[in-house]
Each structure stands twice: as structure tokens, then as C-alpha cells.
Write a new protein. Sequence first.
Length: 95
Amino acid sequence: MSSQAVHCSFGGCSEPASYKIAARWSDGRFAELKTYGFACSDHLGPVFQQAEQRQHEYRPAPNEVVEELAIYRYETGKRDRQLQRLWGLEENYRT
């Protein structure tokens, strides 16, 4: 598995990502984390709020389920199911 640096999604920022903003997604047969963005420590709030807006605008297909947006500690090389969800941080940024 190659490891390529993932950078913050905030416009103009080239810092490495420390967080993954994602929601659990399923179509009834398959499930995964639907990624809405990556953030460095300085831009977690704005990236989360932009992701929250995009999620509110998304209209899932009849067979899709998209759960609430969550913040995960991003670690290069780890699979989604291995990422730690940071419950406390989420409440700081929800609108």
C-alpha cells in the first residue's frame, strides 16, 4: 500500500491532515465512510462546517442511508474502520 500525504481541504492550506470529516454511508449491501473533507488543527472548524452544509444539501437515493457527520483522527495507512472517532470535538463545531 502506498502512502501519499493527505492535506487539509481548507482552501490555500497545504498542511498535513490531522482529521477526517466523514459520515457512515450504506446502500443496503455495502457500507463505508463517506468522506466530506480533511482538516489540519487550525482549520477543523471551517472544514467541518463546510462539510456539514454539503451534507445538509445532499439528497440520498431511496436505498441510501447517510448517518451524522463525524470527526475522526486521521492516520496515514489506517483503514476507515481503524480510525478513532473524536466525539467531544464534534460537539464543539456542530451548527
